[in-house]
Design a protein around this ligand. Structure first.
Ligand SMILES: [Fe+2]
Length: 284
């Protein structure tokens, strides 16, 4: 197994492994690398749904997604699909999966079936590196704060009617079940990573609504300042997909952004999300 680090902030490429045949020692290396680097990229894998599920279950219990259309016969696997005639994509904005849950997901594992001839890359941001780059005084202030995250404005009934082209992911069946979008959760703004103990800036543009005890209006300027900081290119890595690629990411320490720059082409992937645990504040 060979690990290379194209970006010092986030992400590692792993070569020389077959995810269908992992001995325990190799699996432990992959698990450690996930905590350390936040996102892992593999090429040329052949994952049948059963293989994908078996690999995911080594990391924990699979979260059966409430909003995404499942792969036929495999409710554990969500379809991430954009057809040539669809305009909006899924995940096209900086976010982390499931931060609106009381115990947010540990990781997500995405396997590529059909990739457009160009475009459709995914960007990742490393929120440990972003936090490390702040001043000591600012870090101290943030360590004492909590923020409220929600799914309502993204997956809920009101969100289901948005979109102007009639082809958004809500109206064409790719995302459903808006009545399940009732989650609100408060988390520390700076968490200690459950595996590594490293301090992580834990707010994201997709699901964070406001700081606990602050209004949405009051929260906006500081949230936007933190987002602008974390979106700096030096904290990012860009992954170019090929059929057979697997990307997995730690939802506690990274954001991701699925680029929507391949109109007229099909993009089809399988996603499994693995449950996490409660998040605790960093001690500083
Ligand atoms: Fe996502």
């Amino acid at each position: 197994m060979e690990i290379t680090l194209p970006s010092p902030a986030v992400g590692a490429e792993i070569r020389g492994v077959d995810l269908c045949k992992l001995d325990d020692a190799t699996f432990k290396q992959i698990e450690r690398a996930l905590g350390e680097y936040g996102a892992l990229f593999f090429r040329d894998q052949k994952l049948a749904p059963e293989d994908h599920i078996a690999f995911a279950e080594r990391f924990g219990e699979i979260n059966v997604n409430r909003f995404f259309h499942p792969v036929e016969g495999h409710p554990q696997i969500a379809e991430v699909l954009k057809e040539p005639d669809q305009k909006d994509n899924i995940g096209g904005g900086w976010h982390t999966d499931h931060s609106y849950d009381d115990e947010p997901a540990r990781c997500s594992i995405l396997y590529a079936h059909v990739i457009p001839p160009s475009g459709g890359d995914t960007l990742y941001a490393g929120l440990a590196a972003a936090f490390d780059a702040l001043s000591d005084g600012f870090k101290d202030t943030l360590r004492g704060m909590r923020a409220v995250h929600s799914s309502r404005h993204v997956f809920g009934r009101k969100a289901a009617t948005r979109g102007t082209d009639g082809l958004d992911p809500y109206s064409d069946g790719r995302i459903g079940n808006p009545d399940a979008a009732t989650q609100d959760a408060a988390h520390p703004v700076v968490i200690a990573h459950p595996d590594t103990g490293r301090e992580i800036l834990y707010v994201n543009p997709g699901f964070t609504r406001h700081f606990e005890g602050w209004t949405i209006e009051e929260s906006k300027p500081l949230l936007h300042q933190l987002y602008a900081h974390a979106m700096k290119p030096e904290f990012q890595i860009r992954f170019h997909w090929e059929p057979g690629s697997v990307a997995m990411w730690d939802n506690r320490s990274t954001w991701h952004y699925a680029l929507n720059d391949y109109h007229g082409h099909r993009r089809y992937l399988h996603r499994i999300t693995v449950e996490g645990g409660p998040l605790r504040a960093a001690a500083g």
